[in-house]
Design a protein around this ligand. Sequence first.
Ligand code: ATP
Length: 237
Amino acid sequence: MSDVLFEIKDLEVSYGSIAAIKGISLEVRKGEIVTILGANGAGKTTTMRTISQLLKAKSGSINFKGQELTKLAAHKIVKLGISHSPEGRRVFGILTVEENLMLGAFTQKKMDRDVLEWVYKLFPRLKERRKQLAGTLSGGEQQMLAIGRALMSKPELLLLDEPSLGIAPILVKEIFKEIKEISKSGVTVLLVEQNAKAALKLADRGYVLDVGKIALSGTSAELLASEKVQEAYLGKK
Ligand code: ATP
C-alpha cells in the first residue's frame, strides 16, 4: 500500500511468561488517523509502550519510515518523530503547565515558540492556566496538557493512549475536535481507545484488538456497521 509511514509485523510482547501481544500486524499511512479499539486488558497500552520502546518486543518488527525501531532506545524514538501521550496522562504535577510543555521539547535544541503558540491555540485553557501547577488541573485539562506536551517535539506520528479515559463527555468532545485539528495540520495519529464510538467517528480506519490478537480491521464506516463491533463495543444488539 502506498505511503505507509508506520508498520507493525507479527509483533509479540510478553510480561515474563504471560503473552500480552500474540502476533499482531498493522499499518498506518501518512496523514491517517488510525484507531486501535479493545476491551480492558486487550493489549492496547502494551502495544503503544512497545512502539515507544518502553517495553521490548519478544519478536516481530516495528518500522517507521523504513527504520526498524525494536532495537532502539526510547529517547531515539522521539528524535525520529514519534511522540507518545501515555494512558493516565502522567503530567508533572509540581511543575507549571508551561514547564510541562517545555519538557516536551527536550529533543529540540531550542524550544520553538511557534509550536508552543500552536499548542496554546489548540487548547486555549492551557494558555489561560500556563502558570498553574499541572497537579491542580482537572483530569480533562491534564489530558490536554499531555497531548500538548507530546506535540512539543513536533512529531510526524502521534501516539494517543486513551485520551477519553475518566474525562467528562463535554471535554472528550473538545479533545477529539482538537485531535482532528492536529491531524489536519499534517500529523499522523495512532489512537488507542475504549470509547469505540467516539474513536470511529474520528478515525479513518481501525483495528480491534482482542486478548492480544487483531480480531477485526477495516475503515471506520465498516467497523461501525459491523455487528460484532456493535455488540461488543457499541452496546447494541
Ligand atoms: P486497559 O484498557 O485496561 O488499559 P489494555 O488494552 O491497554 O487495557 P494492557 O494494559 O496492554 O491492556 O494489558 C494487556 C495484558 O497484559 C493484560 O492481561 C494485563 O494484565 C497484562 N499486563 C499489563 N501490564 C503488565 C505487567 N506490568 N505485568 C504483567 N502483566 C501485565
